[in-house]
Design a protein around this ligand. Structure first.
Ligand code: NAD
Length: 267
């Protein structure tokens, strides 16, 4: 996989790419020749990502600012994007928000609405906007397109967490949609997989390892590989899912967590 420009001529559309994992994914996809459509609600972050990518790689980049939770904005963005690019090989539903430390039944209704709107409806809006374009890409063989959903350990059986109540439920829903879309789109040769990261240092944790360590101590979390993850490690799993090496994988959720979820209550 190292030297192969396997994404050349292919477009990767990444939501939430003005920061964190999304930015790292933009870099790794560009390193394999992908042209990029970068979405975020935050234009300054998008411009920073674009500049970082262009410093290293000669690829085409289109910046598509929109709030993915708003169907009308997604519709408008879709039109502009499809005027600029001739394919959408990859969709990465990465944009997400956390919603604070509330048990699900204690969370205010606006937290419920906002977290579900971005983390679930946003991914659904984007997938709905672009899956038909993917389906029509018969020249891409054997796979016409790939969808990668960024979920979370908090959405898995082992990591589900009442203190991240609504967030946890939103990520479990995204894992369910991963399986549902894999079933709906498999006959069109489109794969759909999820990545569930554990604890990673990104702006969602204010780039602050102490915040993460406090969370771990409060919840009694132990990591067999005892360090906080690096965003590039999530981006490399996304690159594997974007590569031909994963063409026969669909409907799966890959957990990358230093062993956190297997260790709960065992260490
Ligand atoms: N950092 C972690 O430890 C961790 C762990 C598990 C899962 N995740 C998930 O990974 C994904 C990326 O998170 P991150 O850690 O890189 O966070 P981040 O805050 O650095 O990046 C999220 C990006 O999404 C954008 N965004 C937010 N709302 C949006 C909207 N409505 N429309 C468009 N863009 C929007 C933000 O502006 C930001 O640039 C999220 O889905 C998050 O839930 C993160």
């Amino acid at each position: 996989m190292e030297n192969d420009n396997f994404l050349k001529g292919k477009v990767a559309f990444i939501t939430g790419s003005g920061s964190g994992f999304g930015r790292e994914m933009a870099l790794v996809f560009a390193s394999k020749g992908a042209n990029l459509v970068l979405n975020d609600i935050n234009m300054i972050g998008l411009e920073e990502t674009r500049d970082l990518v262009l410093k290293e790689y000669k690829v085409d980049i289109y910046l598509a600012q929109a709030d993915i939770s708003e169907a009308s904005q997604v519709k408008e963005m879709r039109k502009k994007v499809l005027d600029h690019v001739d394919n959408i090989f990859l969709i990465v539903n990465n944009a997400g928000i956390d919603g604070g430390l509330y048990k699900s039944l204690a969370a205010p209704i606006d937290v419920y609405d906002k977290v579900m709107a971005v983390n679930v409806k946003g991914a659904w809006n984007i997938t709905k906007a672009f899956f038909r374009k993917m389906k029509g890409q018969r020249d891409f063989k054997p796979i016409r397109g790939k969808i990668i959903n960024i979920a979370s350990c908090a959405g898995t059986d082992c990591g589900i967490n009442p203190y991240l109540g609504i967030y946890s439920a939103s990520k479990a829903t995204i894992i369910a949609f991963t399986k549902i879309w894999a079933l709906e789109l498999g006959s069109s040769n489109i794969t759909v997989n999820a990545i569930s990261p554990g604890l990673f240092l990104t702006p969602i944790y204010k780039n602050d390892p102490t915040t993460i360590r406090m969370f771990m101590d409060a919840r009694g979390v132990k990591l067999p590989i005892d360090r906080i993850g690096k965003s590039k490690e999530v981006a490399d799993i996304a690159l594997f899912l974007a590569s031909p090496a994963s063409d026969y994988i669909t409907g799966q959720n890959i957990i990358i967590d230093g062993g956190m979820t297997v260790s709960i209550n065992k260490m």
